[in-house]
Design a protein around this ligand. Sequence first.
Ligand SMILES: O=C(COP(=O)(O)O)NO
Length: 247
Amino acid sequence: MARKFFVGGNWKMNGDFASVDGIVAFLNQSADNSNVDVVVAPPAPYLAYAKANLKAGVLVAAQNCYKTAKGAFTGEISPAMIKDLGLEWVILGHSERRHVFGESDALIAEKTIHALESGIKVIFCIGEKLEEREAGHTKDVNFRQLQAIVDKGVSWENIVIAYEPVWAIGTGKTASPEQAQEVHEWIRAFLKEKVSPAVADATRIIYGGSVTADNAAELGKKPDIDGFLVGGASLKPDFVKIIYARS
Ligand SMILES: O=C(COP(=O)(O)O)NO
């Protein structure tokens, strides 16, 4: 089946009202493209402002959330709050949440279940570290991270999987189209075996890790690369070229 292209912009912990205005301006000036789902993820303080100022064709996601609706969890935000803002997406399991903030596969799975049950769609991030790849564990690591939500029996129609090799994030060392396609193929085969052929065929698997306007087109030509999750390059006007990479 044809999977609709998906381009996410993960702003990470960057920005202020002036820079948000600049990003909103180049996104609002870009031509609408009904062939691509575009979802940008500002830092939490700017979620409402970004949503209020972006055109309808650009959706807004939170970069993280906790696993319950409310309670004594200082510093956290909940899927209920994301929904209260009128948003419908959240990024979960980003490698920075895993390796900087120590989030476990189990916690990320609990967060994913709770977000989906709260009516929030999930960009579910996986990816191996350089030493894991060099040790030949790329498949094991990504499958282990995915298994955590397979075990929870999640409904897949509101999940986009983002394969983001940690060694490519923020390094300028983008995975080659062949390297990325190989892992995306493994992920789709994993879904076919562990879930169903229909879910494997329908689930979008997007690539993240030093995607730029210069490499997006070649990556986007690969059959199992259904889009991108873009960090640094999503803060600049060239992000629009990445949105149009497959057009
Ligand atoms: O973390 C990333 C990728 O970041 P970069 O594009 O800056 O490598 N996306 O969530």
